[in-house]
Design a protein around this ligand. Structure first.
Ligand SMILES: Cc1cc2nc3c(=O)[nH]c(=O)nc-3n(C[C@H](O)[C@H](O)[C@H](O)COP(=O)(O)O)c2cc1C
Length: 182
């Protein structure tokens, strides 16, 4: 039996809209709405950055998913500076191609004290993206969840292609579900 420490106020640093000056190439605008009701515009390109072979991308968060630690590979792959990342919600990396259900599953799993693994397409600061195979591990002490650690490995191309197809189907179902019936 595990319990979560109640969300610590005040909330994290708000996420701001991406600007054309900071991205590489021409970005397609998407309006993302986050679980807390806040939203921002992201600009998305088709430029992929390959996962650095042999590296691990590591970060830690509090119980709300606000970043409290990250390694150098995380800084390099995300394109954000360490100062920008620390104190920001992990959703700073959310890519519009990721279905909501993937993150709902992540939070339900770690919230019940179990580790979650899955394929994640992440948005870079420059509008590009990178795929990871992530394992998110809750840090539990005396039955209390204190925070979470995520360790990402290089995903195989075959698995990434399978995830792309699955997530496209999941996204279209989510869009159908949120569409207002006439
Ligand atoms: C330890 C940890 C690592 C996470 N890593 C990522 C990540 O790399 N990319 C991502 O989009 N979301 C990641 N998330 C999920 C985000 O917190 C968030 O749920 C997701 O981006 C969707 O945003 P939303 O829940 O505000 O709608 C992570 C969560 C935790 C607890």
């Amino acid at each position: 039996m595990t319990t979560s420490i109640p969300a610590a106020a005040p909330p994290h640093r708000p996420l701001r809209d991406m600007t054309t000056e900071e991205i590489v190439g021409t970005g397609r605008p998407h309006r993302l709405t986050y679980h807390d009701g806040t939203s921002r515009t992201v600009l998305v390109t088709d430029l992929e950055t390959s996962f650095p072979t042999g590296e691990l991308i590591v970060s830690q968060t509090d119980t709300d998913g606000v970043i409290t630690m990250c390694n150098e590979a995380f800084v390099l792959m995300s394109g954000w500076s360490r100062a920008e990342l620390l104190g920001s919600p992990h959703a700073i990396l959310r890519h519009p191609d990721m279905p909501r259900a993937a993150f709902a599953d992540l939070w339900a799993t770690v919230g019940s004290g179990r580790r979650w693994s899955g394929y994640v397409k992440n948005l870079r600061r420059d509008g590009g993206f990178y795929w990871v195979y992530a394992t998110v591990i809750p840090k539990i002490r005396a039955g209390v969840i204190l925070g979470h650690t995520s360790v990402r490995r290089q995903p195989s191309r075959r698995r990434v292609e399978a995830a792309e197809a699955l997530y496209a189907t999941m996204r279209s179902e989510e869009n159908d579900a949120s569409r207002v019936q006439p």
